[in-house]
Design a protein around this ligand. Sequence first.
Ligand SMILES: Nc1nc2c(ncn2[C@@H]2O[C@H](COP(=O)(O)OP(=O)(O)O)[C@@H](O)[C@H]2O)c(=O)[nH]1
Ligand SMILES: [Mg+2]
Length: 437
Amino acid sequence: MKLQQLKETIVAPITGINKSAVAIIRISGPDAISISQKIFHPWPENFEFRKAYYGNFSNGDDGILLCFKKNSSFTGDETAEWNIHGSIASIQSILEEACNYGARIAKPGEFTMRAFLNGKLDLTQAEGIRDSIESNTEYQFKLASQLRKGTLQKEISHIKKRLLSTLGMVEATTDFSEEIGYLNSEQAFSLLSAAKNSLMILLQRKQTSELIKRGIRIALVGRPNAGKSSILNRCLGRERSIVTEIAGTTRDTIEETLDINGIPCILVDTAGLRTASDIVEQIGVNRAKEETHNADIVWYIYDASVGWQEEDSNAYDTIQSRKEIVANKCDVSSTQKGIPVSAKNGTGFDNLFTTIKDLVGEIDTTSQTYINKRHTVLLENILNSVNHAMYTLEHNLPSDLLAVDLQSGIRNCNEILGVEIHPDIVEEIFSEFCIGK
Ligand SMILES: Nc1nc2c(ncn2[C@@H]2O[C@H](COP(=O)(O)OP(=O)(O)O)[C@@H](O)[C@H]2O)c(=O)[nH]1
Ligand SMILES: [Mg+2]
């Protein structure tokens, strides 16, 4: 990051670029207010920060001006927000005017990057802002919000504190062992096991986190005419997949993303499993088999009015992924085997959806946060260091070994938080942000 860049005044719309009633333009940096004074009129007498003023903009639009003092804004720099009409023409002309007065267009993520560099938030919270904006379902938003609000930041700070205390004890006893005496290994050990516990809890949550972020892949598999396509359509609430009484109607896989009780799911309808004479259908059948490997859950669907057949057993047994038997057409006949549903009249779907909840596990949205790949690698590094340090203590090995592990653990904590991190990594993270954030 060049320091020069931080002194520049940056401007961009912070609302979407599609037509909307209102667009908000944010301008942030040392000239934010002086440029606003040139663009907004009449400039309010007895101007105050954090007060909304109605007036005219020099591009011919009218709307609201709202200004924030340095250190009391999102970015930490002096900032103004102009609420104008959501016209592309109005947005463009006001941006041009701001640039003519010396501002430049903000890069994607640059407002948040300034907030990070000004110490308004740590790197995990910045990631939480990105993930919040990108979230589509309730659980995605809740996990992202915990990250944004600093849940992970607090956890990591706690772990870091424990490692720092242990390191302090180790250094004091090596430097002044005559006055202080020997290291209290019991105390050091209990500090480290507390850190280890927190690390294990965080790492346990990474799988749920990944599933919620990318969505649960569910393959709808079974013999022709079981009602796979009808179940897809019922879940979607629209006729996406072609349904007929002719066996072999679905010949290719069809993927649809949807929100089931707040969890993102990718439903994959497949060709019915049978030995097809038609080459196109056979390719579809092969794809269906492939899908059974890719899926997080396979819903193996059979026709309850026909009953569970030997072919069903054979096909079901070959499926390696997590799988559930689903008995469709329960409006026609009842069954003992599998989860009874009726795609025709919509019964049984609540039970079917519990299979998704069972895979994801309990999500405590008051404490659980997104743990992404970047965090996971670093958390694993810290855990390794802590384990190693605990081993050193248990075996009474030289304490300089201890110091090396503790320092490495602390460095990894810092990297998660974004303290003393390489500028390239920071740039890379913020480049994934959308424009205006
Ligand atoms: N009675 C009844 N018929 C169904 C139900 N679901 C599907 N069907 C019928 O079964 C036939 C095959 O359905 P389809 O969804 O194309 O099955 P697929 O080959 O497994 O995709 C169609 O005639 C559907 O109308 C259901 O729950 N109850
Ligand atoms: Mg079908």
